[in-house]
Design a protein around this ligand. Structure first.
Ligand code: 5AD
Ligand code: SF4
Length: 487
């Protein structure tokens, strides 16, 4: 399997396909007597969200307008960006495809395209070929830079086009028009793929081998983002700490380069593997004020035996040692994690070791998962799968414990006045605003009238303010705005 970089030639084809599609959609719009729309449905992680920003950018360049409605909004082009990790991914995709069947039946010009991690699992592609003939295009999540060319070919041929490659691809962000979802936050992928092959995980199969973007290209992108007013940078990769740039550049170099831009109030990153996290990165987090004091470090299990079976090359003692180092060097920092319950062969004793580790690490938040077998992974073929009722029962005990620590972490903030980066109106829709601290704690807050700030505008997004924290909830804290911070 080779790693193939997108070339100048690919870029020319890309531009010419976009132009051709622009003409095609513009005459279709005349025929229909209305502007055409697109709907990109995104499931899964932030890397998928980043890909969707590129898909949206490409579709906008073709003259289409983003549909305003919800997830299942009808549109002229519907693109699914699927995920293989999140629960019920299959149900989402195949259920929603069924919903759009009628739309396609009524209007032959509607285009349905499916990409994302699920399309790297051959069974899913076979199922589309067999039972969903009205899907126009199946595209490779590693080659979204080919999306316009494939879309054009699918329209020309007027029959289902499936394009899933065996090789791994990489295209720099500068290749794409990008429609960033939030005007203050930029998702910046720095590397793609994963070489770790944890035995439960489908990602190395779906996203291929690790490949890093060029350091110089990343710095150029960061510089553009700084000039364009972005305040928050999210450096993304399945395993950011194994970034390998030109001339031996490491992730620490990227983190330093990003935080050198004083325009950025927050430099964040996801995800880190305990085996690759360097002391240098922890030092940077402890000393640079605009680097977030939050480390997401997946533990997965507290049992050395289970970690070994998972092909996670560290012991729980080593994991706790790194956690301790983070706690000491990054004062007041928050540590979050992922934990899987019910991995094949997990005994009650192994599970107790996980609870013990949680009691020691006292995670500020934890994403807890019930193990589920992913076809094609090693663990799916392990014999000693755990019965569902046992998994459910352990999961209940684990979340009770992790919730206790996240609530405690939130309680520790009560009474403090903290700097918050405003993200917008909170989901509650009651003129409560939401934002995050530098430790990634979610804060919902109100704005006292006497401050004379007009909360009706979205100009607050991306700004820094001081919030007094009054109350802790299990997953967030509540507070009151004290003052806005100067630019
Ligand atoms: N079953 C349950 N959880 C999983 N994860 C990945 N694969 C599986 C699986 N097969 C979890 C891991 C990972 C997070 C993103 O999803 O905890 O860190
Ligand atoms: Fe999956 Fe493990 Fe790679 Fe994370 S490090 S993407 S869990 S294989």
């Amino acid at each position: 399997m080779a790693i193939i970089k997108a070339t100048e030639n690919d870029k020319q084809e890309f531009d010419s396909a976009i132009n051709e599609l622009k003409e095609y959609f513009s005459s279709l719009a005349v025929r229909k007597g209305r502007p055409l729309t697109y709907n990109v449905l995104t499931y899964g992680c932030q890397l998928n969200e980043s890909d969707s920003e590129k898909l949206s950018g490409m579709l906008s360049s073709m003259g289409l307008i983003q549909s305003e409605g919800g997830e299942l909004d009808a549109a002229d082009v519907i693109a699914f960006n699927t995920c293989s990790i999140r629960e019920n991914a299959d149900r989402h995709l195949f259920g929603n495809l069924g919903v759009f069947k009628a739309l396609k039946k009524n209007d032959r010009d509607v285009i349905i395209a499916v990409g994302g991690c699920m399309m790297k699992v051959p069974e899913n592609v076979d199922r589309i070929k067999k039972s969903y003939p009205y899907v126009d295009l199946v595209f490779d999540p590693q080659q979204i830079h080919k999306f316009p060319v494939l879309l054009r070919d699918a329209i020309r041929k007027d029959k289902q086009l499936v394009n899933i490659a065996a090789d791994d691809y990489i295209a720099e962000d500068s290749f794409f028009p990008i429609d960033r979802k939030r005007k203050f936050r930029a998702l910046v992928p720095i590397m793609y793929g994963c070489n770790n092959f944890c035995t439960y995980c489908i990602v190395p199969y779906a996203r291929g081998r690790e490949r890093s973007r060029s350091f110089d290209e990343i710095v150029r992108e960061l510089s553009d983002l700084a000039a364009n007013g972005y305040k928050e940078i999210m450096l993304l990769g399945q395993n950011v700490n194994s970034y390998k740039g030109e001339d031996g550049k490491t992730f620490a170099d990227i983190l330093r380069a990003a935080s050198d831009f004083k325009e950025f109030s927050r430099v964040r990153f996801m995800s880190s593997h305990p085996k690759d996290l360097s002391d240098e990165v922890i030092d940077i987090m402890g000393t640079r004020p605009n680097v977030e004091k939050h480390l997401h470090l997946a533990m997965q299990s507290g049992s050395d035996k289970v970690l070994k079976e998972m092909n996670r090359p560290y012991t729980i003692d080593r994991f706790l040692e790194i956690s301790e180092k983070f706690r000491t060097k990054v004062e007041g920092g928050s540590l979050t994690t992922d934990i899987i319950v019910g991995f094949p062969g997990e005994t009650e004793e192994d599970f107790q070791a996980t609870l013990d580790a949680v009691n020691k690490a006292k995670f500020d938040a934890a994403f807890t998962f019930q193990y589920s077998a992913r076809p094609g992974t090693k663990a799916a073929a392990f014999e000693n799968q755990i019965p569902q009722d046992v998994v459910t029962e352990r999961f209940g005990r684990l979340t009770e414990l992790t919730n206790k620590y996240s609530e405690e972490s939130n309680k520790n903030l009560v009474g403090k006045t903290l700097e918050v980066l405003i993200e917008g109106i909170s989901k509650a829709g009651d003129m409560t605003f939401s934002g995050r601290t530098i430790t990634n704690h979610l804060v919902n807050f109100t704005i006292p009238e006497e401050l004379g700030i007009d909360p009706g505008d979205d100009f607050l997004e991306g700004k820094l303010c001081e919030v007094r924290i009054d109350r802790a909830r299990p997953y967030s804290v509540d507070g009151v705005l004290v003052s806005m911070k100067g630019e």
